[in-house]
Design a protein around this ligand. Structure first.
Ligand code: GLU
Length: 416
């Protein structure tokens, strides 16, 4: 993996297209040649190449995480009253408002500034709100994150447009805080420093249903991670979201500090750094790297995994103390796709077999819908007159529900 990532960087290294963001003076002072990539796997394994230790400001890549914190406070419906989820197709700093004054989505500045204001307790001091956000970002990264004071001061001194956006939303009473305080906090949020490994871990945390792969900390519940990834996939790349989704195919967020972060649910968190940006404010070489990774490593979300067909490891006849039994040995992750197939196979179990063994020994995970489907399948086997023996050594189907539908639940099959 490290050699492959080195090679990916080598192939993109000479490309010097694009320019540094200069509307924030301090961003125009960074080394434009910095180049790095990092991947974080579901078990926390990290891979990196290039300037993996280089610190840069998170900028707009903070937006999905602050949206997550605001969702925790207001709930899904509550948050949708304040900020929409429609891709605007607009540039990042556009006046992207519905007639009611509701920003179109939380990824463009106007929505992100609003989301910042909504992330904390009503009436909280701006310093306290920012501190809560900084700590929240740190939990996603698995370490304390600091602020780049020079970039912060530089952006604050020139934040006229963001101030205008904040005042505009405030005029519709979408939030109650002083717009100047909100932009102060939002600008500090954008100036939080990260490296590519931090971003890869943060992405993997979203891609793992909200659990940080390094610390094991459940930073946000699954529904929040799902909502954030959904909005990243439609709105995260602003006015190039469609190009990105078709070419790369991962929920992602870019930042004018040169970072891009992307998450492939269940598989990988990834991040790049290269500060030269195209006209939409997106890192040029970052896009190239992600296009390569997606193409060469099959990381595109719409490339369907072929797991649904492999749910049955084998079916056979075994002899137990009480006589012969029909055994279904299952494997892999049980989700809607694989379990639907399993239920069809359950209907084909010979009716003359009294005992049916369902063996979960090789099942790696059971999601909520699969659990309900499987329990219903087991119940129906019982209703059809079979005695169901469930083998579940790893407690894939925990709780007493399994005992309600199976005649017995055992760790190991008492073979004769
Ligand atoms: N701090 C930047 C701004 O508000 C973030 C923009 C971006 O990274 O896309 O203008």
């Amino acid at each position: 993996m490290p050699e492959y990532l080195d090679e990916v960087l080598r192939q993109c290294a000479d490309d010097d297209e694009g320019a540094l963001a200069d509307y924030i003076p301090e961003l125009a002072a960074v080394d434009p040649d910095r180049l790095a990539v990092a991947l974080c796997m579901p078990d926390g394994q990290l891979y990196g190449a290039g300037d993996v230790d280089a610190l840069f400001t998170i900028q707009s890549i903070s937006k999905p995480f602050v949206y997550a914190l605001a969702l925790m406070r207001h709930g899904l419906d509550g948050m949708e009253r304040f900020v929409g989820v429609e891709p605007s197709g607009d540039p990042f700093n556009e006046i992207s408002l519905e007639a009611s004054g509701r920003p179109r989505n939380p990824m463009v500045n106007i929505g992100a500034i609003t989301t910042h204001a909504l992330a904390g307790e009503e009436g909280a001091a701006k310093e306290d709100l920012f501190e809560e956000i900084r700590r929240g970002l740190g939990r996603f990264a698995g370490r304390e994150l600091a602020v780049d004071e020079r970039v912060f001061e530089s952006e604050r001194a020139t934040a006229h447009r963001n101030l205008a956006l904040a005042h505009l939303v405030r005029s519709y009473d979408v939030f109650s805080a002083d717009p100047r305080d909100v932009v102060w906090g939002y600008t500090r949020q954008c100036a939080v420093q990260v490296d590519v490994r931090d971003l890869a871990v943060m992405a993997m945390t979203l891609a793992s249903g909200g659990t940080n792969p390094l610390t094991g900390d459940q930073v946000v519940p699954r529904w929040v991670a799902r909502q954030v990834l959904s909005v990243m996939s439609t709105c995260g790349m602003y006015d190039v979201a469609g190009d990105w989704m078709t070419d790369v195919g991962m929920p992602a967020k870019s930042g004018v500090g040169g970072g891009i972060m992307a998450a492939l649910p269940g598989f990988v968190g990834a991040a790049t750094l290269s500060p030269r940006l195209d006209r939409t404010g997106t890192s040029v070489r970052g896009v190239r790297i992600f296009e390569k990774l997606s193409r060469e490593m099959g990381m595109h979300m719409m490339e369907t995994p072929a797991t649904a067909t492999q749910v049955l490891r084998r079916t056979d006849e075994v002899s137990l103390a009480g006589g012969a039994a029909h055994r279904l040995q299952l494997q892999g992750p049980l989700h809607f796709g694989s379990t639907e197939r399993l239920l069809r196979r359950m209907q084909e179990v010979p009716t003359d077999r009294e005992v049916v063994v369902v063996d979960l020994g090789h099942v790696t995970s059971v999601n909520d819908v699969a659990r309900r489907m499987l329990l219903e399948g087991l119940r129906r086997l019982g209703a059809d007159g079979h005695e169901v023996v469930l083998v579940d050594p790893n407690s894939a189907l925990p709780g007493r529900h399994a005992e309600d539908v199976a005649a017995s639940v055992v760790d190991e099959l008492p073979l004769r």
